[in-house]
Design a protein. Sequence first.
Lengths: 284, 283, 339
Amino acid sequence: MAERSGMVEKRGPGLWFTHLGLIIGVLIIFFPIWLAFVASTVTQPEITQPPMPLWPGDRFFENYRDALVSGVNAPVARMLANSLIMALGIAIGKIIISLLSAFAIVYFRFPGRRLFFWLIFLTLMLPVEVRIVPTYEVVAGFGMLNSYSGLIFPLIASATATFLFRQFFLTVPDELAEAARVDGARPMRFFIDILLPMSRTNIAALFVILFIYGWNQYLWPLLITTDPSMNTIVMGIKQMFPSGDDVADWPVIMATSILAMVPPIVVVISMQNLFIRGLVDSEK
Amino acid sequence: MLPILLLLPQIVITAVFFFYPAGQAVWQSLFIPDPFGLKSQFVGLGNFEYLLGDPYYRASFVTTAIFSGLVTLVSMGMALYLALLADRLIKGAGTYRTLLIWPYAVAPAVAGVLWLFMFNTRVGVVSWYLGLLGYDWNHVLNEGEAMGLVVAASSWGRVSYNFLFFLAGLQAIPRSVIEAAAIDGAHFWTRFRTIVFPLLSPTTFFLLVVNVVYAFFETFGVIHTITSGGPQQATTILVYKVYKDGFVGQDLGGSAAQSVILLFVVGLLTIVQFKFIERRVHY
Amino acid sequence: MATLKLNNIKKRFGSTDVIHGVDLDVADGEFIVIVGPSGCGKSTLLRMVAGLETVSSGEISIDGKRVNDLEPMDRDIAMVFQNYALYPHMSVFENISYGLKIAKTPKAEIAERVATAAKMLQLAPYLDRKPRELSGGQRQRVAMGRAIVRKPSVFLFDEPLSNLDAKLRVQMRLEIKALQKELGITSLYVTHDQVEAMTLADRMVVMNGGVADQIGAPLEVYANPATTFVAGFIGSPATNFLPVAALSSPRAGAATIGIRPEHARLVHAGTGQTNGMVKFSEALGAETLVHLVLPAGESFTVRQDGTMPCPQEGEHCGIDWAQDSEIPFGADSRRIEIP
């Protein structure tokens, strides 16, 4: 992006006020994360006798070790692994089935093609939250409660990604497919040799978005993972709060919260440009 | 043959985990199961009639409207403010973007835990300092405070998302237009009101729709972690009620009917969004 | 090396006929250019030969073998596309060799064939680059290279130069012609640019509304256009048309006559075949184009030497030409032979 300013350029004090306003905004946005981090590095009494400190303590390793190794109901390391499998399963699974079906819709003429396209349209905005009870029954009927497939499949059952890949494939010039045909490439060869490599950035951007989507799921894992060893980290945090009047183990809970945030934040920050492009494209 | 083969995985997964359950929801909404779950009785639109007459359900509608209105307003207002500031910078807008993008990656449920921690009635830092100022914060008992807290926690992560879109929208406005207005003598506020905001309206409208959708469906984690719908029903939004009646209360027919009503709401929002996108193409 | 034969080729899209039966015999090594305005069906015709469009009726044969139902790759053809259709993620080498790789050609042979083609097209230094790192002319050459390495029986070109700037177009035109002569491969070339058609073709096919109006050597077509369409389309500036009724003496059997701009000259008002008023003149240096409007409202262009005096706007002039330079057309727009 070229260096520019949308509103007319500010100089002197105006510039400082602009920075000040942004810094205040950043501080407000950051404060909850900071506080969680501080809480994950201090002892339980330091938190339960308010006010808690606002600067990190020296219990970082102990708290994180406690969380990862033993946790409250299940070791957090286990929950991280579950989340990772679920997020990767959703991202990769959805990308694969969407690529295949978008390829079919854009590059083939076959009976029922329009019908299929409209069915895809229907699934575009219907979140799993709306159909939880019957979906739960289906998954339970297949015996997929407390399983990775139960966590993954219902969440890839929508065609948002198919729609995006369709939009992208439509921008690929027809001549390219024709050139490949003249070169002797059969449809699948064209798909693998030409279309997939050309979709690299779209695939990567979608991967980031889907990974975060999968990682951050809450309601669905809450319903179908009754076994603590199948809990994902995002839903497991709430399970760490004691019922009744017992005092929560705040340092471990906050360490877990930080651990739950790190992977998606790393993904977003490290692939920032790709992600922003994917986001802005996917919502258009 | 090949295209059908390519479509097969998607067809099977969507049919089994999407269309069948959605159809089931519609079907179940017409029945009331007996208490032993052995038989169910056809009641037609009875479940819907009951729901629409149910004061709790109607209250949940109002709660949802207030909640999504506030989330949309707070998160978009804050995001627009920050985007306007960042857009004024010649250098450093990218840095602020990187700093502000973080909360997007934080799950709503985790955001709920973070905010719960800050406002916890026993150990929360913010509630403690409020206490020093003589304000007795207690979202466990006070309905208004509970709503305020879930709105704040839900809006927080959303600011990043809206900021990205507003900044992109602002940066897409040709600089010459704004310079021309500045030469015409328009001051910041006038320029914003008469030029920037109208040119930003496609982005604003788009964000309005997606934020409402977000507040409707994706904030379950926030509500569940912070208030569990309480106190009383003060923060029971529609999606939370589907979960509570269906899984906690085991009222399958009623929960299914609620799902169907939500289906219509989503459908409506989808239509609004696509109409809008169609229009935007012609801009 | 092969012959190509089109026998009464027709194309229908739904209920619309777009090609109404084209016959063409292409000799081995011949360079045929199909020229016509957009929408005349020339690209569709080429794509049917390539196998990218189905043939509604008629027969296409390459080297005497019917190819109607063969996939493009089985027709032994190679095609150069208008937008080059280079694979953006592949290097020049990979682009050129992709077809050979699919055909499971041995690696050593691929390397050798690509090297030969690259040398011929001066692409050798760029083999590792991606298409986006190349200039328009270089991309064009890569597209050519991709066609050449296949050693096909027939080359198909679909407006290959239309995306280049004017100067490069002239240069590439010469290169294509030289290359085709050197390789001696039968070629079918589609363009809307009549200059390209004139300069490249051994024979050209002038298409109009799905019909081949005329097939012949360029100069033959220029001198003896078969229809008013051909007369108007080939040659720039276009042929002037006059209804015979506007002339002082009748022409036997003709409804319209065509006069090439270079065959007319300006004379004193009242002394030529007809009169006109000068609308404007374009002095191009070597020649001057004088645009006139005739009393009945038709436009008329005279091409004269750049050294001739240039008339003023609004000036009335006579226009004269030798009667044997007239091209007479009947009421059906077809050329008639005057005995």
